[in-house]
Design a binder for this molecule. Structure first.
Ligand code: IVH
Length: 685
């Protein structure tokens, strides 16, 4: 459905602007409704620009009539002046902690204790939810209006973070009900989604500021800001999972019903929850979430089980500071602290040197880790990792273990800084690092550097490339070390006797390798392009190239500009492809591979849609998401032209923030002015 249709009928309506009070109230309700749709339901109900227009109108009204301002107005989300310090808040009902369990046995024992405590013969009904890795918060609504937000603190006394919480857009400033409780303390977790965390760290990096170690630290650091304007930029989220004081309303009888009620009030509640029976049900929930953990958009450190019936909860009561009716089932820790014994470098197939921390062995999430990547030289400096340091190592899912941060207070006096070697540790060729690049490389190339050769050959035979089964790391290593294989074309010249003589090989396994090589000759153009190992050409770029050009010869003949016209290919990638294909050695390799019998079905080149043919664009100001040259190349790919100045021939002016004289000129000449969203719509095929 086109966006315009999606949003039809929601434009400016409501009371007449001459009745300021009614108009302001209507605007507030509209904005709250749309914000809820956007931030809580993830289902926008109007375009951003329209939301902004309504918002601006309300701001103008409130500026003109300050008496119309109310604490629940969406305009009050933007933080005011910095606070001198946080004031303290006493929790009326203490914010408790929760006991932890790790093994199946811990869970079975928990369930048994619950059944014993309730003298129950049947299965217990449990509400299962996620254990969010953020920080606990209490939100107080009086007559449906958010009046105070406090951190958990020590459980009895927390910090008043109301101004900051007001900037969290998924938290309603006003509950969605005509009949709110006189007072309700909503409890839950403030957290930062993984993508928001990555973006924040990127911004911190670009601004030369300290990066956060994980989303939880980032959430805590963002909330505990004396200047709420900083919190406002951080994109925090909230999920409710509990309740404190409640006045003049009935407590729901089940925990699951409490969360359902919250939903109707417009309070965000996570969808990943279930009501299950008995210990078996709990373990199934844990296993299911464990499998999907990496795909969740936020970090969790386990799941939480709560006896669903509130009456049963009350019967069970509390031991010291934790309820008997709840248990956190934690995942094994994904982070551990250990010592950096040394920092070495690994040479990749493109010659890229990756610094690797050699660690004193440590168990992380159930696996022993002895190496962790430090990505590149700048990263080593940024994190200031030195040999001898104690570091936090992280291993999440299938991701390569990495060094997250140093524990500075544990740095020994003789800790040594890492120095990037001047020569390749494998082939001794000089290491080069172009000014503008983060990566240092061995200059030896395929011919001189066995590490690059092995890496490139392993890439060629890998599953997603030519998919040659049986050609594993050890075999490729032997073939390279004995000088039997230098380029991928040499694989196809191997004979049975030669192969069978290698270590750990026999006639049968040698024949299998030959069969796999034979089978690999019938492939696709995309796989073949990917297998060549051109820098910056991953699987999806290889597919785009194959689709766009249809035949290998068309790609071989293509100019840099023609390559640039392929979907998702920018100048750096286009240059790398063109550079690779222009190299006579690479041409020869390609011809040898074709001569060896590698083939695929060739296709017609894709007909590009030229939706913007004949149209001229001028770009001005800062666009919200696209860089100026990105927008320009997207327009050109779609057949449009990009000009530097506005004239009568200009079809569209694309204006971003702080647009200046070009905007004025376009207005004067009556040129159509559009924003980024509208440009993207024009670019749709
Ligand atoms: S319930 C009476 N539910 O874990 C029980 N806590 O150790 C009160 N947490 O400080 C807590 N997700 O920050 C509960 N679904 C969840 C949770 C959760 C995360 C955190 C919370 C609390 C700590 C308890």
């Amino acid at each position: 459905m086109p966006q315009s249709e999606l949003f039809r009928g929601t434009a400016h309506q409501g009371p007449d602007p001459s009745d300021a009070r009614a108009r302001a109230e209507w605007l507030r309700d509209e904005l709250n409704r749309h914000a809820h749709a956007y931030y809580v339901l993830d289902n926008p109900s109007i375009p951003d620009a329209e939301y902004d227009a309504l918002f601006a109108e309300l701001q103008r009204l409130e500026a003109a009539y300050p008496e119309l301002r109310s604490p629940d107005s969406p305009t009050q989300r933007v933080g005011g002046a910095p606070l001198p310090e946080f004031s303290q808040v006493q929790h009326d009902v203490p914010m408790l902690s929760i006991n932890n369990g790790f093994s199946d046995e811990d869970i079975e024992n928990f369930d048994r204790r619950v059944r014993e405590g309730l003298s129950s013969k049947g299965q217990i009904s449990y509400a299962c939810e996620l254990k969010f890795d953020g920080l606990a918060i209490n939100l107080r609504y009086v007559h449906g209006v958010l009046v105070q937000a406090a951190t958990r603190g020590d459980g009895t006394t927390g910090e008043d973070v109301t101004a900051n919480i007001r900037t969290v857009r998924s938290i309603p400033l006003k509950l969605q009900t005509n009949n709110p409780p006189a007072l309700i303390d909503v409890r839950g977790e403030v957290l930062m989604f993984k993508t928001d965390f990555a973006r924040l760290n990127q911004r911190q990096r670009e601004a030369g500021q300290k990066e956060f170690a994980n989303p939880r630290n980032a959430a805590a650091g963002s909330l505990r800001q004396l200047d709420a304007r900083i919190t406002a930029q951080r994109h925090l989220r909230f999920f409710a999972y509990g309740i404190g004081r409640l006045e003049s309303a009935e407590f729901p009888l089940r925990h699951s019903a409490l969360l359902d009620w919250y939903r109707t009030l417009g309070i965000p509640v996570c969808d990943e929850r279930a009501v299950v029976n008995g210990a078996g049900g709990l373990l199934n929930f844990f296993a299911d979430i464990g499998r999907r953990r990496a795909q969740l958009p936020y970090e969790i450190d386990g799941v939480v089980y709560k006896v669903d019936s509130v009456t049963q909860q009350q019967t069970l009561g509390f031991v010291s500071r934790a309820p008997r009716f709840a248990l956190a089932h934690k995942f094994p820790a994904e982070e551990a602290t250990t010592t950096v014994l040394d920092i070495g470098v690994q040479v990749g197939r493109t010659g890229a040197l990756t610094p690797v921390a050699r660690l004193s062995p440590v168990s992380v999430g159930g696996v022993t880790v002895t190496n962790a990547t430090l990505h590149n030289e700048d990263e080593v400096r940024r994190k200031d990792v030195r040999i001898g340091d104690q570091v936090i190592v992280r291993r999440a899912g299938d991701v390569i273990p990495e060094v997250v941060a140093v524990v500075p207070e544990r740095r020994p006096q003789d800790a040594r800084e890492f120095v990037m070697p001047a020569n390749c540790p494998v082939c001794a060729s000089p290491i080069v690092r172009p000014e503008e690049e983060a990566v240092a490389r061995c200059s030896g190339g395929w011919i001189k550097c066995p590490a690059q050769r092995k890496g490139g050959l392993l890439h060629f035979v890998s599953r997603r490339a030519m998919d040659i089964e049986g050609l594993g790391e050890q075999l490729v290593e032997q073939l390279v070390d004995r000088g039997l294989v230098t380029t991928p074309a040499d694989f196809y010249k191997l004979g049975l006797v030669m192969l069978a003589e290698l270590d750990r090989m026999a006639e049968k396994s040698a024949q299998n390798v030959l069969n796999a090589l034979e089978k690999s000759k019938s492939t696709t153009l995309a796989r073949f392009i990917y297998a060549l190992g051109i820098r910056h050409v991953g699987e999806s770029t290889a597919k785009s190239l194959a689709r766009h050009f249809g035949t290998l010869d068309a790609l071989l003949e293509a100019s840099e500009e023609q390559i640039l016209a392929v979907d998702d290919i920018g100048p750096v990638v286009a240059q790398s492809i063109r550079g690779f294909l222009a190299d006579p050695l690479n041409r020869e390799l390609i011809e040898q591979l074709r001569a060896a019998g590698i083939h695929w079905e060739e296709n017609e080149p894709e007909r590009r849609n030229q939706t913007l043919a004949g149209k001229t664009f001028v770009l001005t100001g800062t666009l919200p998401t696209l860089k100026r040259d990105e927008a320009a190349s997207m327009i050109e790919v779609a057949g449009g032209k990009v000009a530097g100045s506005v004239s009568k021939k200009t079809s569209y002016l694309v204006a971003g923030d702080d647009a200046g004289s070009k905007l004025a000129k376009a207005q004067e000449l009556g040129v159509t002015i559009i924003d980024e969203t509208e440009l993207l719509k024009l670019l749709e095929p």
